[in-house]
Design a protein. Sequence first.
Length: 103
Amino acid sequence: MGRRDEGFGSSSQYFVFTEQELFFLVVCIVLDVSEYMVAVLLLPVVGDFLDIVGIVACFVMFRWVGVVSLFELVPGADILPIFIFTWLIWYLVRKSGQRRKMI
């Protein structure tokens, strides 16, 4: 037949989140969604304050991967969920590092 860890069976390990990963994801979702929910946060001066708070939070949570969150300062990039993208990149880098340690 085949081994259980081959093929589609091994993909389930990517959807099991630790408490830390889930907490970081929730923080990123709150940062991104808050801009959409409160229209005042899309204004240049007020919105930039939230962006800077989010960028600092990303550097604290994700260390060097937090550099991705700097795209939030690009004019017009507020439409994109940059903080969620930062979490996703951090998560994939973290999981690939864990897989390398297992090999």
